[in-house]
Design a protein around this ligand. Sequence first.
Ligand code: CS2
Ligand code: MG
Length: 402
Amino acid sequence: MRITAARVIVTCPDRNFVTLKIETDEGFTGVGDATLNGRELAVESYLRDHVVPTLIGRDPSRIEDTWQYLYKGAYWRRGPVTMSAISAVDQALWDIKGKVAGLPVYQLLGGRSRDGVTVYGHANGETVDDVLAEVGKYVEMGYRAVRIQSGIPGLATTYGVGKDKLFYEPADAAIPSEAVWSTGRYLSFVPSVFQRVRDEFGPHLRLLHDVHHRLTPIEAGRLGKSLEPFHLTWMEDPVPAELQEGFRLIRQHTTTPIAVGEVFNTIWDCQQLIQEQLIDYIRATVVHAGGITHLRRIFDLAALHHVRSGSHGATDLSPVCMSAALHLDISIPNFGLQEYMRHTEATDAVFPHGYHFADGYLHPAEQPGLGVDIDEELAAQYPYRPASLPVNRLEDGTVHSW
Ligand code: CS2
Ligand code: MG
């Protein structure tokens, strides 16, 4: 079998997505997500101008070889643009392999290790009362784990607290909007939010919180310690992770579990964090971390060191990525949690998929391959719209987030 064509499709059904579709001479096709929030067209160009020409004529069954060719062959290794492009090819080749075998991809990865993929949703609101009402809705829908984000008194906006609820989208303007941040106001307020949530929902609902890289290690240690009475499942992205050893300081001060990795794109971004057991959950995901082939390598390393998976699953990761993520989630031994922010109806229509939510779990598609596709005619009705993630400043105007 040979690859005969590959197309990069950019579409904006309520938000931008970049998708690679590969065709073969035997009629099998595969899809891969290549969306990089706010930098979509950079990946589109990388794929169209530099990757697609090298795919034509290639044997689609050679997944590992193609991964190594694109990674080592480029000379310029790593980085989110490169790794998202490689990931899209990798996903599409796994999709084709599954279709050729007549099996869902999770069967090629060793089969099920569990019955369903436990997911968490996002309860966020401007006030604690709004947050409590949102948590109630998620509990009603059957969720077993909920991420809690609240507006902070004295701050006009807070990243992670959107106007929309189920479909919250942080990329909001062509030129980035700017928000003001105060670590002092944040640290003194957050514990009271979790106190109210535990008071109302009891000890068993799993609770999570995302710090969005806003703190230093010692500040994160203080936050983790102040949240210990509310036994969170995890405190996410407490500090930026370029300096992996920074996490040692957090670990010395708190038993609140730590999750990190949504911006990671290779195993080298987290090898120290994992090997020194400085984190509890690794949040890298298929689209930004080199596809199923490379993410499985990260999860295998994590399994040796008591670290579980907790893949990123915000709305900027398309249903193609979610499909691929679920095949990994259901099969690996050290699965932890999967983030699940629901896509809008328009997005779901452009990407028909076979996975479904029931009783707090996502269930992977049972069709051969990834079990997801792109409706190209419908996609063409939603042209690209520039949108960027916001920039954060301290009250004195300093650009923040370390
Ligand atoms: C967040 C995301 O889902 C999360 O954990 O951190 O909102 C993230 O900021 C966006 O996906 C960035 O594209
Ligand atoms: Mg996050």
